[in-house]
Design a protein around this ligand. Structure first.
Ligand SMILES: Cc1cc2nc3c(=O)[nH]c(=O)nc-3n(C[C@H](O)[C@H](O)[C@H](O)COP(=O)(O)O)c2cc1C
Length: 204
């Protein structure tokens, strides 16, 4: 599909065909694209829990102000951000050193940045959520291109989700994303501000 059409056709979909399921192969294809999202220092803080079992979706819906689409979608994805920036650093540094895209100076700079984030939890949280949110957008656009519908959701009780789904303190629940086959017509698009309203040049 033409990229502009993917962007234009992506909508937040709340009505799903409960008979049609997203396959394992589709999930694999989708997350292989999500993994290509950009992230600060390429540290890839995102992780995902795909919730597909009916009873688990029911439990998740109870943690999401009872929003029906959490249960009706084929899968609802719990999007997590790891708050430990060192989590994947070792493998990423080893790979860059091997490929010679990183020297010792750059390695030290990255380790210093990681230490900074570790000693500033508030900053680490913002850091992790920023990159993970970009991965969410990749997920929604890639799903659209595969003929699947999504809805991002932050109307949730993150603490309840953490408790119900055994999510450790090291991880933040960023949002839920419902995923499945749309039922019924496209909903009317809510208004958008345009070019003149949102773009300035050179300075505020
Ligand atoms: C961070 C975020 C949180 C949202 N939370 C919810 C939610 O809890 N429930 C819901 O049905 N839609 C939610 N939405 C969807 C918005 O309502 C929707 O994106 C907006 O109205 C624009 O419509 P569109 O996505 O169809 O263009 C959320 C969207 C974003 C980006």
């Amino acid at each position: 599909m033409d990229f502009a059409d993917v962007v234009k056709q992506r909508r937040s979909i709340r009505a799903y065909d409960t008979e049609k399921q997203v396959s394992d192969a589709q999930l694999k294809e989708l997350f292989s694209l999500v993994a290509l999202s950009p992230s600060s220092y390429n540290l890839q803080p995102w992780e995902f829990i795909v919730v597909r079992e009916k009873e688990n979706k029911r439990r998740l819906r109870a943690c999401a102000h009872n929003q029906q689409h959490v249960e009706d979608a084929s899968a609802t994805i719990i999007v997590l951000a790891s708050l430990d920036p060192s989590g994947k650093a070792e493998a990423i540094i080893a790979d860059r050193m091997k490929n010679r895209t990183m020297d010792n100076t750059k390695r030290e700079q990255l380790l210093a940045a990681i230490e900074y984030f570790k000693s500033n939890p508030g900053h680490a949280k913002i850091w992790a959520i920023k990159s993970t949110s970009l991965a969410c957008m990749t997920l929604m656009l890639a799903a659209q291109n595969m003929g699947l519908a999504t809805c991002p959701m932050e109307g949730i009780d993150a603490e309840a989700i953490k408790k119900e789904f055994n999510i450790p303190k090291t991880h933040e629940v960023v949002m839920l994303i419902t995923l499945g086959y749309q039922k019924g017509p496209q909903p009317p698009r809510p208004m958008r501000f345009g070019y003149e309203d949102i773009v300035r040049f050179e300075t505020f």
